[in-house]
Design a protein around this ligand. Structure first.
Ligand SMILES: N[C@@H](CCC(=O)N[C@@H](CS)C(=O)NCC(=O)O)C(=O)O
Length: 218
């Protein structure tokens, strides 16, 4: 069964799935979502009218939502990584996956997308609230992350796939800073992981598109 991933290298949610595919060495066709391949976005929209990505086609059947895509890969195209462990560790993995998507990624994207709005449609109060919530998420992680090396102990899981792109970009929006050494060290460990480093490198040519201006680091 052939796998196709509709994705763009600069997209944080696409990186989440690319990290899992690359870490498992799972072969797939990369369906690039850019101006040079309008047919890819057209096909994605036929499968998923929300036009959100990534989208996985497995033998022609669409799979959407990054956590579900990774769960699908584990079930139908297993590799060396166990993305969602069994039992209590699995529940913690799912919880942290939700945490990184809903409390880090979501709040990180508010100021980014606000900047893309016409000036008279911007929402400074919404941005302020999202920045506050992002700081609360950082503080929660600083207090509750284990000693690692990964989100749920020694194994690299779904939670780390979600953590890597969300913390990568969130730190650009609001620095984690030296007052949160445990979280800063976790982000650094993630960026040093070979498949995360690959995701960061493949996205590097697109940094000029970051609406808030990409910092000169990472
Ligand atoms: N909950 C979705 C979020 C996907 C998502 O928001 N993707 C972004 C790209 S990083 C997107 O499609 N943005 C375009 C849009 O929302 O119109 C998932 O986990 O797959």
């Amino acid at each position: 069964m052939s796998l196709q991933l509709f994705a763009h290298p600069f997209s944080s949610y696409c990186q989440k799935v690319l990290i899992a595919l690359w870490a498992d060495g799972t072969p797939f066709e990369y369906r690039m979502l850019d101006d040079r391949h309008p047919e890819n976005m057209e096909e994605l929209e036929r499968h998923w009218p929300f036009r959100q990505f990534p989208l996985l086609l497995d033998g022609g059947a669409p799979v959407v939502e990054t956590s579900i895509i990774i769960e699908h890969l584990q079930a139908h195209h297993p590799g060396p990584n166990r993305w969602i462990p069994d039992g209590e560790r699995g529940r913690k993995t799912r919880f942290l996956d939700r945490f990184f998507d809903l409390y880090v990624m979501t709040n990180m994207t508010v100021p980014v997308f606000d900047r893309l709005r016409p000036e008279d449609k911007r929402d400074p109060y919404g941005v302020e609230q999202a920045m506050k919530r992002l700081a609360i998420a950082y503080d929660w992680l600083e207090a509750n992350l284990g000693d690692g090396p990964w989100a749920v102990g020694d194994a690299f899981t779904l939670a780390d796939c979600a953590a890597a792109p969300s913390l990568f970009y969130a730190d650009w929006v609001q620095e984690i800073g030296s007052s949160r050494p445990r979280l800063a060290a976790y982000r650094a460990r993630l960026l040093a992981h070979p498949v995360v480093a690959r995701a960061v490198d493949e996205a590097r040519p697109y940094r000029s598109f970051f609406p808030l201006g990409a910092p000169d680091r990472d």
